[in-house]
Ligand binder design. Structure first.
Ligand code: CO
Ligand code: ZN
Length: 329
């Protein structure tokens, strides 16, 4: 499964530019599902028929990135964030565009590092004129962070673990599921990082009986970090709340019962800030019961997002059992 994770995290796909990552995922899931659709927002909807109620799963394909806002006469690119990206996380990093053009993040001279903002930064693509830059990049082009997958053994590190680790888990669960208790609409959503946009229209189109998003969440297990009762290696989480959702209590209970019945370790998650596709699913039409399984992840929205491999494997087991157990709520 590490091979699959590496392939997914190293594929280009910022919000709104998911074509390449969708192609990769489509080829991975095709043998294991009954139907594949791509909707107008670019969501990939993989249907696996088991009969009964409709279960919608949502893992977002998009990653954070930066968009070119202007190009100066010396060929330096100014940019803004696509999704929640901190300028501090960009110092010393590189990015790459859909056509393979690589850029280095630089910054103006500042009196104090705390004054760093996105508009004090630029991207250097190794040219010395606007004309030369325009041969590679234009205004509106989007770049992803460039950083390779790294297997530390127990822990895995890469850019875009948010949320390709969930895409990998959703693909693997589709491979492993034996007796689906639903018609499963496994959606690989677009534009989550800019406001849960893909999931919103996908949920409207599907109108599921229950929705479960799979995403990453923060942890409270590094030196002097914010307090949070989630640790790497103690299992996937059953989310209680984040800024986008108060998970439907009956779905939460259902998820906890499934985990307990199958001896799958899990943690209850209260995330103070941040959102997930479940927030969009839950508010669709007249309301849809929704929950979230998260994979604990350190350094979210940086070039080096870290997850624990046991959590990933337990996440697959958990998702398979959720696919095989009917929600009675
Ligand atoms: Co994110
Ligand atoms: Zn995410």
């Amino acid at each position: 499964m590490k091979e699959l994770i590496k392939r997914l995290v190293e594929t280009y796909g910022p919000a709104g530019s998911e074509e390449s990552i969708r192609e990769v995922i489509m080829e991975e899931v095709r043998p294991y599902v009954d139907e594949l659709h791509v909707d107008a927002l670019g969501n990939l909807i993989a249907l696996k028929r088991g009969g009964g109620k409709k279960l919608m799963l949502a893992s977002h394909m998009d990653e954070i990135g930066v968009m070119v806002t202007s190009i100066d006469e010396n060929g330096f690119l100014r940019f803004y964030g696509v999704g929640g990206i901190s300028p501090f996380s960009l110092i010393g990093n590189r990015c790459y565009f859909a056509n393979g053009t690589v850029g280095v993040f630089g910054m103006e001279r500042l009196d104090a590092m705390k004054d760093l903002t996105m508009n004090k930064m630029f991207i250097d693509i190794g040219v010395d004129s606007r004309e030369a830059a325009l041969e590679k990049v234009k205004v509106g082009d989007v770049a992803a962070i460039k950083r390779e997958f790294c297997d530390l053994g127990k822990r895995l590190v890469s850019k875009a673990m948010d949320d390709r680790i969930a895409c990998a888990i959703q693909i693997e669960a589709l491979k492993q599921v034996q007796n689906p208790a639903y018609d499963i609409y496994a959606v690989f959503t677009t534009q989550e990082e800019v406001g849960l946009r893909g999931a919103r229209v996908a949920a409207y189109g599907i109108t599921p009986d229950i929705g479960i998003a799979v995403d990453v969440t923060r942890t409270g297990d590094t030196p002097k970090c914010a307090t949070m009762a989630v640790c790497l290696g103690k299992g996937p989480t059953v989310k209680v709340r984040d800024s986008s959702v108060l998970c439907t209590p009956a779905v939460r209970r259902h998820m906890e019962e499934v985990a307990k019945a199958n001896d799958i370790p899990y943690q209850l998650e209260v995330l103070e800030a941040g959102g997930t596709d479940a927030g969009a699913i839950q508010l669709t039409k007249s309301g849809i019961p929704a929950g979230v399984m998260s994979i604990p992840c350190r350094y979210i929205h940086t070039a080096s997002e870290m997850v624990d491999y046991d959590d990933v494997l337990n996440g697959v087991r958990f998702l398979v059992k959720l696919m095989e157990t009917e929600y009675q709520g």
